[in-house]
Design a protein around this ligand. Sequence first.
Ligand SMILES: [Zn+2]
Length: 415
Amino acid sequence: MKRIAILTIILAGAAIAAHADIVADIAAQIPGQAHSYADTMAAMQELHGTERVNCQSIGLTREGRHIPMAVICDPEYDPRQLRKLLIFARQHGNEPAGTEATLALIKHFATSQGPAECALLRRVALLVIPMANPDGAAHSRRRNTAGVDLNRDWVARSQPETQAIERVFHEWQADAVIDLHELPAASSKPSYQENFVETIASCSTLPALLGQRCGQTSAQISIWMRRYGIPLNCYYDTPGDDTRLAHRHFGLDHKVPSYLFESKTGRGRSLRERATYHILGTLVIANQLAYHHGGEPLPPVRVATAPAPEAAPTPEPEITRVALGDPVPDTRREGRTLLWADVDGTDEFAYLTFEMDGRVLVLTNQAPYEYSLDPTVCGAGPVQIAVRAFDESGRCLATDSRTVTLVQAGAALGQ
Ligand SMILES: [Zn+2]
């Protein structure tokens, strides 16, 4: 399918005859160099009071900088009656791509007359905080002026920045939350090798609808990223995970769909490429919120849900095949076990999941298909590992599984 044709669908529940690549249009506004704090405030000021945009300061930092927020919606509607998507970027001051993505989104939605954009703004109000840590951004450092890592402050909420965003969440009763970050170019963490999204898994102690919505949305994000040639892994959080991180605080404590985006730097990836990842992901979530999280019934969800036992598809020559490889020690990280799969994919193939005892560990949309299992987290002993390939509708195309006996790192080293 041509990109031009599919892009109209991203922001439209119904068929709308737009002929624009919305993502490319928005990304075209990304400058070569990141906005400074002053540039960001100037850009916000320019948009304030335009028909669809209302900018406000939601708080002051310790160094006296404003934390700016833009509310974007159709002026014919009361934004509080619409669904509210809260997006914040740059809790870490040295991760600029989210700021650029959100500024470009605000500018685009401020004036676009595209039918898909207009339709979206009649359903969803966007609450956008492009620079959550202005002091950190001004000094190009991760932490705020008090030396606090804001994305570890969501249990204590001891800082003006986290308090301001928490206040916005409650005042507006946001329906979903997105937190935008960047990953360093080099990292020893296996999960840090590529762009990723983290969201909430289905779990018996969480509302079923929450897991369904997050699972369905993460599958859509993966599908759209693949269409744009953007590699992505998606990981799932469950109760017990560290809620000092914003997306887990909003997802697990406040129980709204919540998404962490990390764009991978390095490998020659420009600011525009990294921002494009955030733009595309945000649009997919806005679209899901507008068209799929209402009273209408949800289609069956096949990810982030313990799958019901089903008959294995009959293998035929032209179908997608997956084969779970023999788990091997992960040489990148001692004590871990690398799960890997081979995929012989047809055009139907969209993404793959690794599952352990029926729980989805990761959803991944591009080779190499692998997941590094940490026995210190999942415990030792036999577990059932499965790998499943899906098409865009969430239909399982192929599956493979085996019992794997996990060994604790110490035992593996003979200690
Ligand atoms: Zn970060």
